[in-house]
Design a protein around this ligand. Structure first.
Ligand code: HEM
Length: 451
């Protein structure tokens, strides 16, 4: 009995070995990590290395067991089919010990006083892994939890292993402003690895600044004036549709119709492209659904951005991104074929006026055109839907707004005359309040600095 126990002990590697290898691997990778803003592909490669070492170690453990068993039998016995069991057991035990040691050492470091953010208060488990943040984002509760944490821990809270949340308006210029910190890893989760170019939103530093010049021209007050005609046309179609539905006594999902209106407008503005949501009273290409699903997926993946590098390569995960890209390419192709009917956003982003030394690539303009629709439409839909929700819930405000609009635009005046917008003081207040109560973009906009 005693001899048998000693044989089986010799037949597998000692358990301290995978434990030591896991801790050593983590230390080597941790201390060789570049300082400062990290690149997600680097993080992804490191994660793969850690898992890879685990698998290599498991194979080594199996080999060790086999060699030890063969040595014990004097290398003379014919292979016994049952003898695979000790190897399987060795693989399982070794990998379990390796990964358990790895996870434990990562957690121990993250909660230890050695971590640079050790002095920042925050919820315990969130300090250990971003997986918790991803789960809360999936549930759509990030904003609620953020509030709770700031109520509990104060204006600066550690919300992830290498992440802090700051609730202080005075910090905005230093963190998010021009000349502030660089964009954080949060943006890396939005990279489409198959797209030939990234959009303005994910570009950082110099690349961002030079692309931003084109956008600044495209969003100047002169450019906005050019877009006003698009809004007028679309508003007229929306009113026609709403009046027809009101006349027929049918109920209306106003948020859905605001979506059709806004997306049609953004199509006009970005590419001179008619999505025909309003005319078709629906979304025949499934674009809205793809955008909404994409928005949720992005919120989750942005917590572990390196996952996106690989997840987007899996057809099922990348499907919505493919729909959006195909739509952007389709709209751009049509815009190139049909040409400009007015100075739309495409005109500015392709630098048709010739201000730049070199022309921007078509791939970058397609990426930015698609961004305009996603960033501009979704936020505007949310802002207008909230506005209508609050107004319809409060008849006093509704009446007061109606009186103001009737006074500024009496019967017979042009309802699309934007020169009177400054007189709509209460309307402006309602919009600001709706945005305050229900922010149109509740994303976390992160910046990154050395730590
Ligand atoms: C209620 C309406 C809107 C809200 C609340 C909103 C909010 C935001 C926020 C919070 C950001 C993130 C800034 C950052 O990460 O640095 C952003 C970026 C952006 N938004 Fe909007 N937005 C709105 C409408 C629009 C419209 C109509 C457009 C038109 C095309 C637009 C285009 C963009 C672009 C291109 C960016 C990226 C800017 C950059 O990286 O420099 N947004 N928006």
């Amino acid at each position: 009995m005693g001899t048998h126990k000693s044989d089986s002990q010799q037949a597998r590697p000692p358990l301290w070995l995978p434990c030591a290898i896991a801790v050593a691997t983590y230390l080597v990778l941790h201390f060789s990590e570049p300082v400062g803003p990290r690149k997600s592909p680097t993080a992804a490669n490191r994660a793969i290395l850690l898992v890879g070492f685990g698998l290599v170690w498991s194979c080594f453990a199996a080999l060790w067991t086999q060699t030890a068993a063969a040595a014990a039998s004097g290398f003379s016995e014919t292979p016994d089919p049952v003898s695979i069991l000790p190897q399987a057991r060795a693989i399982l035990t070794s990998s379990a010990v390796y990964f358990a040691s790895l996870i434990t050492s990562v957690i121990c470091y993250r909660i230890s006083p050695l971590h640079p953010l050790a002095g920042v208060p925050g919820p315990f488990w969130y300090k250990t892994s971003k997986l918790f943040g991803a789960w809360i984002a999936w549930k759509g509760k990030t904003h609620l939890l953020s509030k709770k944490w700031h109520d509990t821990y104060g204006p600066i809270v550690r919300t992830g292993p290498n992440e802090i949340s700051i609730l202080d308006a005075e910090a905005i210029p230093a963190v998010l402003g021009t000349g502030g910190l660089s964009k954080g890893q949060f943006y890396d989760g939005r990279w489409d690895p198959n797209a030939p170019a990234g959009s303005l939103l994910i570009l950082k530093d110099e690349d961002h600044a030079s692309r931003r010049r084109l956008w600044t021209r495209g969003m100047s007050s002169q450019a906005l004036k050019e877009y006003e005609g698009f809004i007028g046309n679309r508003a007229n179609i929306l009113i026609e549709k709403l009046e027809a539905m009101a006349g027929a006594g049918s109920s209306v999902d106003i948020a859905e119709w605001i979506s059709y209106f806004t997306f049609d407008f953004m199509g006009d503005m970005a590419f001179g492209f008619d999505f025909e949501f309003l005319r078709n009273a629906g979304d025949k290409d499934g674009l809205l659904g793809a955008m909404r699903r994409f928005a949720i997926a992005v919120q989750v993946v942005c917590h572990i951005p390196w996952v996106a590098t690989y997840a987007n390569k899996i057809p099922m995960f990348g499907r919505d991104m493919q729909i959006l890209r195909a739509f952007g390419v389709g709209a751009a192709t049509r815009r190139v074929k049909v040409g400009a009917s007015s100075k739309d956003l495409w005109y500015h982003l392709t630098d048709e006026a010739g201000f730049e030394k070199s022309k921007p690539s078509i791939a970058s303009v397609v990426a930015d055109g698609t961004l305009a629709i996603v960033a501009g439409a979704d936020t505007t839909v949310s802002a207008l839907s909230s506005l209508f929700y609050f107004l319809l819930s409060d008849p006093t405000c509704y009446k007061r707004l109606q009186q103001e609009v009737d006074a500024v635009y009496p019967p017979g005046s042009d309802p699309l005359d934007v020169s009177k917008h400054a007189e709509l003081v209460f309307m402006n207040g309602c919009l600001n309040e709706a945005l305050r109560l229900q922010p149109a973009s509740s994303d976390q906009w992160s910046s990154s600095g050395p730590c």
